[in-house]
Ligand binder design. Structure first.
Ligand SMILES: Cc1cc2nc3c(=O)[nH]c(=O)nc-3n(C[C@H](O)[C@H](O)[C@H](O)COP(=O)(O)OP(=O)(O)OC[C@H]3O[C@@H](n4cnc5c(N)ncnc54)[C@H](O)[C@@H]3O)c2cc1C
Length: 383
């Protein structure tokens, strides 16, 4: 029986540990913390596709369903995004705990409170009293890349500092099931802030290229009289992968690999998909070595993420596309019906064209401003 060590028991490590065990490998999962899921950092918003791919751990950790995203810029709503299927906010701590339970049921040997200190390309892992040689080593050590960095593995395009705030009451907060996203707010340079309407609370947050912005955001909520119930956050990694995904028998996964959506930093869709693909490839038995099978799965998803890069680059470069869009709309808004996980320019255009009458009206009203907007999109996406 082939053996695998998975270093890092975050979402990426847990996903791959499960996939490898289900494909018949003897798997050891090594996590430095005494329990999984902590410290929490993630908002936990995912599509129904992700819930389907993850199965019971995800369906049992759905906190609530979401239906619509309103995109605001400079205080006005400029777009309504209605994903084709419902999307959800998951209880992320519970999700990782249930994934661990499932992994143990699949026979994964879990070593909590164990820190891997060194990994060699030949498959040797040691640290915290643990030592062994493996046919495959997966390192999913998160954004810090402390181990993967030493091996010259992985890497991502950039990262932002993010924060989530739970509050009971918010002035003009969204209705339950609604998400309001504010592009290029004063606290989200290069990104967006969000407010999610839950059944009995709000979850507000922001991520920014300026590390001080999240603290200023929390301060501004407090100055508005918002009673903050909890604060948590972390580094939001923006994909796609920028460095090698494999050296010898060692592959890198998750945030450390830049396997996150370039536009939103969402890491759960890419890793769920990569784990599913790895399981399929291993089970088909056509790839000789498990490290080649896992690399193939990660590479396939990495290529999909690369096709989202143009839209991400255009939107994150500056706020001029939003400014131009607001001018075209002149106080009105457009509706997109999109696939929650596909952020390619083609998918975004299809989402807009699906609403042809309102799009045509907008273009007829201001053709020159529309041309200016299209020019900005092309220039910012390509250069
Ligand atoms: C503010 C914020 C909001 C987000 N919102 C969303 C969202 O709504 N939807 C979405 O899809 N994604 C979201 N993300 C992204 C998502 O949370 C991450 O992509 C995902 O959690 C990354 O998982 P990971 O396993 O790669 O890394 P991590 O979760 O960082 O896990 C790495 C693990 O490795 C362990 N480790 C590291 N080194 C060692 C070692 N040497 N030995 C043993 N263990 C080690 C660490 O202790 C840790 O448990 C968000 C992220 C942030 C910061």
């Amino acid at each position: 029986m082939a053996s695998a060590a998975v270093v890092g028991g975050g979402f990426a490590g847990l996903s791959l540990a499960l996939a490898l065990a289900r494909s018949g490998l003897k798997v050891y999962l090594i996590e430095e913390h005494a329990e999984v899921g902590y410290p929490p950092h993630c908002t936990g918003v995912v599509s129904s596709k992700v819930v389907e791919m993850l199965g019971r751990p995800a369906s049992s950790s759905i906190a609530y369903e979401l239906r619509e995203i309103k995109v605001a810029f400079n205080g006005s709503i400029i777009a309504y995004i209605r994903p084709k299927n419902p999307f959800y906010r998951l209880d992320r701590v519970l999700l990782e705990k249930l994934m661990l339970e499932e992994a143990e049921k699949e026979g994964v040997e879990v070593l909590l409170g164990t820190r891997a200190e060194s990994v060699s390309e030949g498959g040797k892992v040691s640290g915290g009293g643990f030592r062994g040689y493996f046919d495959l080593v997966v390192i999913a050590d998160g954004w810090t890349r402390k181990l993967t960095g030493r091996l010259g593995l992985g890497g991502y395009r950039s990262r932002l500092t993010g924060v989530n705030v739970i509050a009971d009451r918010l002035p003009e907060g969204p209705r339950p099931g609604e998400v309001v996203v504010e592009a290029w707010s004063p606290f989200s340079r290069g990104f967006f802030s969000w407010v999610i309407g839950g059944p009995d609370h709000y979850l507000a947050g922001t991520a920014s290229a300026k590390p001080q912005d999240p603290a200023l955001y929390v301060k501004s909520l407090r100055s508005l009289g918002v009673e903050v119930k909890a604060i948590y956050g972390g580094q939001v990694v923006l994909g796609p992968p920028e460095g090698p995904l494999r050296r010898g028998r060692v592959v890198v996964a998750g945030d450390a690999a830049g396997l996150t959506k370039p536009l939103t930093g969402g890491g759960l869709y890419p890793m769920s998909k990569a784990a599913r693909l790895a399981e399929d490839i291993l089970s088909a038995g056509k790839v000789a070595e498990p490290y080649l099978a896992v690399e193939k799965a990660l590479r396939t998803v990495g290529l999909e993420l690369k096709s989202h890069l143009a839209a991400a680059r255009a939107i994150q470069k500056s706020d001029r596309i939003f400014r131009a869009a607001s001018e075209v709309l002149g106080g009105a808004s457009v509706t997109f019906k999109i696939d929650f996980d596909d952020h390619s320019l083609a998918s975004i255009a299809r989402g807009l064209l699906g609403n042809a009458p309102s799009l045509t009206r907008t273009i007829i009203k201001s053709p020159l401003k529309t041309l200016k907007l299209i020019a900005h999109i092309i220039i910012d996406a390509l250069f």
